[in-house]
Write a protein that binds this ligand. Structure first.
Ligand code: PEP
Length: 230
């Protein structure tokens, strides 16, 4: 299983260091084949001890360096030896206006650099209410311009209506969607959307769920450990 923590715009460098110190003390208890990723905010990237986990970036601009105000590029990531990136999160697509074309450009750039890419896709409630065929059509459209054969590629299926809402997709919805997605892209497939201690056992038991991407429940070490060590 993969356990990925997306801090979004939460935590500082100071609190991230405290979090990681506390987490590392417990991670020896995890299943040795499990992988843990932490995506702190960009200002909290630092020189951390990372024996048991991988630190990734929530975002970066597809460039080595240059005139892109407010963005960071490869040079800034290299300073902290970051080579894992989240691309296509629904908050970046919907709130920050990243088009599929922008997402695909970012993917191509970081693929070229050999980054491990955790690539997010997900449908709105409106699409979900139209049924699985509409959901799959939408999800497949989010692979436009993406090399799904890339080796260092993990997909995260995150229904937008389940992100940060406390409403998790049902076991049947996750099963049906993950089974259909695995036929399209045979890569590790994470589920994301209000994963927490109370539902990790049933979600992680679903056959084609290879891990979870977690927002809210990852913000405290204890609640994230509840997932990793369940
Ligand atoms: C996310 O945004 O990736 C996410 C899954 O958030 P939450 O766990 O809070 O629903």
């Amino acid at each position: 299983m993969i356990y990925a923590a997306n801090f979004k715009t939460n935590h500082t460098r100071h609190s991230t260091r405290e979090y990681l110190t506390k987490l590392q003390l417990q991670l020896f208890k995890k299943n040795p084949t499990d992988k843990v990723y932490i995506f702190p905010p960009l200002t909290a990237l630092d020189d951390y001890e990372t024996n048991e986990l991988t630190i990734g970036t929530q975002n970066a601009y597809p460039v080595k360096n240059g005139a892109f105000t407010g963005e960071i590029g490869l040079e800034q990531l290299a300073e902290f030896k970051i080579n894992t990136i989240l691309i296509g999160h629904s908050e970046r697509r919907d709130i920050l206006g990243e088009s599929q074309e922008n997402v695909a450009k970012k993917f191509a750039f970081f693929k070229e650099q050999g980054f491990e890419i955790i690539y997010c896709i997900g449908e709105s409630l409106e699409v979900r209410e139209q049924g699985i065929d509409a959901v799959m059509e939408h999800l497949i459209s989010q692979f436009e311009g993406i090399d799904t054969n890339y080796d260092n590629f993990v997909v995260a299926y995150e229904p937008i209506w389940a992100i940060g809402t406390g409403r998790t997709a049902s076991v049947e919805e996750i099963t049906e969607t993950h089974n259909a997605l695995k036929k399209v892209v045979n890569k590790p497939l994470l589920y994301g959307g209000s994963v927490k201690g109370a539902n990790i056992a049933e979600i992680s038991a679903i056959e084609n769920v290879d891990g979870v991407l977690v927002g809210g429940a990852s913000l405290k070490t204890d609640t994230f450990l509840e997932l990793v060590l369940h």
